[in-house]
Design a binder for this molecule. Structure first.
Ligand code: ADP
Ligand code: MG
Length: 139
């Protein structure tokens, strides 16, 4: 599925809809350049699960856990990961194969760890279509 958004609010709304529909054990891999909207999407997704606390990129922690929604949300940002072994150190399998939902920003950096059946969300800009335009491809 492909969706075009023209504002952060629209990307948030798409994330929110997917958060409302999310099922236990789902993994969403978010890819796209820095500043493209992966965190905005995640914020919407969290809202869709019923999370009310603020959601930001867990820049220094790799993983942020939100428990207050309909399902636990495990928000990874692996941008700064040096070695996939760091994922072992945080015990990622417990989250990937648990009953919550995982959202992984920069998932392609740990491609070898991503289980089959994970969902892909690719966000891209198109300079020709304006500053706030994003093409979001969901697989
Ligand atoms: P990432 O997590 O991918 O690095 P962020 O979500 O932190 O990116 O930041 C995206 C930035 O782009 C925000 O400042 C947001 O306001 C802006 N933006 C502009 N248009 C859009 C859009 N259509 N969708 C998402 N974000 C957008
Ligand atoms: Mg981010």
């Amino acid at each position: 599925m492909e969706k075009e958004t023209w504002s952060p609010e629209e990307t948030f709304a798409l994330g929110k809809k997917l958060g409302e529909e999310a099922a236990p054990g789902e993994i969403f891999c978010l890819d796209g350049d820095l500043g493209v909207g992966k965190t905005v999407f995640t914020q919407g997704f969290a809202a869709g699960l019923g999370v009310t606390e603020p959601v930001n990129s867990p820049t220094f922690t790799i993983l942020q856990i939100y428990e207050e929604g309909r399902l636990p949300l495990y928000h990874f940002d692996v941008y700064r990961i040096g070695d996939p072994e760091e994922m072992d150190e945080i015990g990622y399998e417990e989250y990937f194969f648990g009953d919550g939902v995982c959202l992984i920003e920069w998932a392609s950096l740990i491609g070898e760890l991503i289980p089959e059946g994970a969902r892909r969300v690719l966000i891209e800009k198109d300079e020709n279509k304006g500053f706030d335009y994003r093409r979001i491809t969901l697989k």
